[in-house]
Design a protein around this ligand. Structure first.
Ligand code: G6P
Length: 484
C-alpha cells in the first residue's frame, strides 16, 4: 500500500487520529521545525503522557511531515503514515473537511451545495483508501488484545475495517464534533451515509462529547440503518446501546474538560507576562471582550463582530471604553470557503475600526497569526469572553478562559456549543444567529457586577475542569477494557 514504513513498535494501547501531536514545517534551507498540533483533539490526547505504553498512529499532513517520517525524526511512539499526497488531500479536504465536517456543523448553503457528482466519488474512494491505510497500520501496531482508540470524523470507516483484520482487539471510536440530526445527515448519498455509520458501529464503544450528539448519532443509526437503539443499564458505563447485524456498540458520553494545572502554570510564565503587559498598554483602562478561535466557519466570528458593531451603534456610552480582542488563527486554508471567510473577518473588523476608531482608540484588535502565549495573556485580561459558534462539538476556549482569568470573566456562550451542557447555567447564553441578542448579551456581560462575575467565573472554572484530559482518556480506556 501507500502507507510506507512499518511501525517501529507495537503496544497494548494504540491511538489513531489524522492530526498527530506534532507537525513539521520546512524552512528555507530544508530545516524541519516541529510544531504542536491545534484543536481540541490534540489538547485532549496530548495529556496522556509517556508513562502509558502506547503508540499514536497519525497521518503525515505536509511535505515537512513526510520528510520527518522518512528521516525518523518523530518520537518512536508516534507512527506517521506517509499516505500518497493526492489520496490524502482528497480524503482530508474533500471528504473529511468539506463533507463530513460541513454535515455535522450544518454549514451547507443547500440551494447550491453539496453536489455529489463524479468528483465526490473519486474523493470518497480516496477516503476509503485512507481509512484502510490506518486500519492496516493499527492492525500492525496493536498487541494481541490491545485497546485501540480511533478519533474523529476522518476515521469513521477504520473501526469496522480494523475489526475485520483483528477481531481480538477492543476498539473505541470518539467523535470530537457534533453529530448531525437525521434529516440533515441524509443529505449524504445513501450508501455513504450508511457506510459512515456502519464504520463507527464496527467499534465496541462510540464516544461523544455530549448527550445531544450521542442521541443524534443513535437517531441516524435508526433512520438510516434500521439499527435497534436501547438504553443501557446504569452499570454498563454508557448512555445507549446500538444493535446492528447482531453486534452491539455501547454509546458513551465523555465531556472533555480543560487542564487546570497545565493552564495555570503556563499562563504565568514570563512570555505570557510580557504579552499581557503589551496588551494592557494597548487597551489602557478600557474593558475587553475577548475571543480566540481557529478561523473556522462554524465559530461564527463575523456575526460576533457584527454584534460588537451593533453594541457600539446602540450604546454610545461604550465608545472609547471597550476593546474587542479577536484572535482568529489560520485553519484549513486549502479550502476556498475558509480563505473567503478569513477575508470576511478581516473586512468586518476593518469596517468597525473605520466607523468608530479614533487616533487613540482602536475598537477591534484582530490578530490572525497563531500565538499561544498571547492567547493566554488575553484570557487573563478578559472581562468578557465571546464564544458564539453556530455549532461546536465542545469548545474548550469556553472552559479555559475562566480557569486562567485574573479577575473572573463573564462568558457569553452559544447554546449550540457542546460546552453549553455544562456551562449554560453560569453564562449568558445566545442563539448564535441572533446578532441583536448577542449584542444585548455582550452589554449585560460588560456591566455584570464584579462579585457576581467572580463567583460565576469560579463555578465555570470548576465545571469546565470536571473531567481533565487525562481522566477523560482513562475513563474511556477503562470502559473499553472493562471485563477483560
Ligand atoms: C477539530 C477536529 C479535530 C481537528 C481540529 C483542527 O477540533 O475535531 O479533529 O484536528 O479541529 O483541525 P485540523 O483540520 O487543522 O486538524
Amino acid at each position: 500500500g501507500s502507507a510506507g514504513s512499518a511501525p517501529r513498535r507495537t503496544a497494548p494501547i494504540v491511538l489513531a487520529s489524522n492530526r498527530g501531536p506534532v507537525s513539521f514545517s520546512v524552512g528555507d534551507e530544508g530545516t524541519l521545525t516541529p510544531r504542536r498540533g491545534g484543536g481540541g483533539l490534540v489538547s485532549g490526547l496530548s495529556a496522556i503522557g509517556t508513562e502509558q505504553e502506547s503508540v499514536w498512529v497519525c497521518a503525515a499532513l505536509s511535505d515537512g511531515d513526510r520528510a520527518a517520517a522518512r528521516q525518523g525524526l518523530t518520537d518512536p511512539d508516534v507512527h506517521m503514515l506517509d499516505i500518497d499526497p493526492g489520496t490524502f488531500t482528497r480524503a482530508y479536504n474533500g471528504i473529511a473537511n468539506s463533507t463530513l465536517w460541513f454535515v455535522h456543523h450544518l454549514l451547507y448553503d443547500t440551494p447550491t451545495k453539496p453536489v455529489f457528482g463524479a468528483n465526490f466519488r473519486r474523493e470518497w474512494a480516496s477516503y476509503e483508501a485512507y481509512n484502510r491505510a490506518f486500519a492496516d497500520a493499527l492492525a500492525a501496531c496493536a498487541e494481541p488484545g490491545a485497546a485501540v482508540l480511533v478519533q474523529d470524523y476522518h476515521l469513521s470507516l477504520t473501526p469496522r475495517l480494523l475489526r475485520e483484520l483483528r477481531p481480538d482487539v477492543r476498539i473505541g471510536h470518539f467523535s470530537h464534533t457534533p453529530w448531525a440530526p437525521p434529516d440533515y445527515y441524509r443529505l449524504l448519498p445513501d450508501d455513504v451515509a450508511a457506510d459512515v455509520l456502519r464504520g463507527i458501529l464496527g467499534a465496541d464503544r462510540a464516544g461523544f462529547l455530549t448527550e445531544r450528539w450521542a442521541r443524534s448519532f443513535a437517531a441516524c443509526c435508526e433512520a438510516v440503518l434500521g439499527a435497534e437503539v436501547g438504553e443501557v443499564a446504569p452499570d454498563a458505563d454508557g448512555l445507549l446501546s446500538i444493535t446492528y447485524e447482531g453486534r452491539t456498540t455501547v454509546v458513551g458520553v465523555h465531556p472533555l474538560g480543560a487542564d487546570a494545572g497545565f493552564l495555570r502554570e503556563r499562563a504565568h510564565r514570563s512570555d505570557v507576562d510580557a504579552r499581557l503587559a503589551a496588551l494592557r498598554e494597548q487597551v489602557g483602562d478600557r474593558r475587553t471582550v475577548v475571543r480566540v478561535d481557529r478561523t473556522e466557519l462554524s465559530k461564527n466570528i463575523v456575526r460576533g463582530l457584527l454584534a460588537y458593531q451593533h453594541l457600539l451603534r446602540t450604546r454610545p456610552e461604550w465608545l472609547d471604553r471597550v476593546v474587542h480582542i479577536a484572535f482568529a488563527y489560520p485553519s484549513r486554508h486549502d479550502l476556498p470557503e475558509y480563505r473567503e471567510y478569513t477575508a470576511a473577518v478581516l473586512r468586518t473588523a476593518q469596517e468597525i475600526n473605520d466607523e468608530f476608531g479614533t487616533p487613540s482608540w482602536q475598537p477591534v484588535i484582530l490578530h490572525v497569526n497563531d500565538d499561544f502565549p498571547r492567547s493566554l495573556a488575553a484570557y487573563r485580561l478578559a472581562d468578557v469572553a465571546l464564544v458564539n459558534p453556530i455549532r461546536d462539538g465542545m469548545n474548550l476556549v469556553a472552559k479555559e478562559v475562566p480557569v486562567v482569568s485574573d479577575r473572573g470573566v463573564a462568558l457569553v456562550l452559544s447554546r449550540e456549543a457542546g460546552a453549553f451542557a455544562e456551562l449554560g447555567e453560569d453564562s449568558l447564553t445566545v442563539n448564535p444567529y441572533d446578532v441583536i441578542a448577542t449584542a444585548d448579551a455582550l452589554a449585560a456581560a460588560l456591566v455584570m457586577p464584579e462579585e457576581e462575575r467572580a463567583s460565576r467565573s469560579k463555578r465555570l472554572a470548576e465545571a469546565g475542569t470536571a473531567l481533565p484530559p487525562t481522566e477523560w482518556f482513562l475513563q474511556q480506556l477503562r470502559a473499553l477494557t472493562a471485563g477483560r
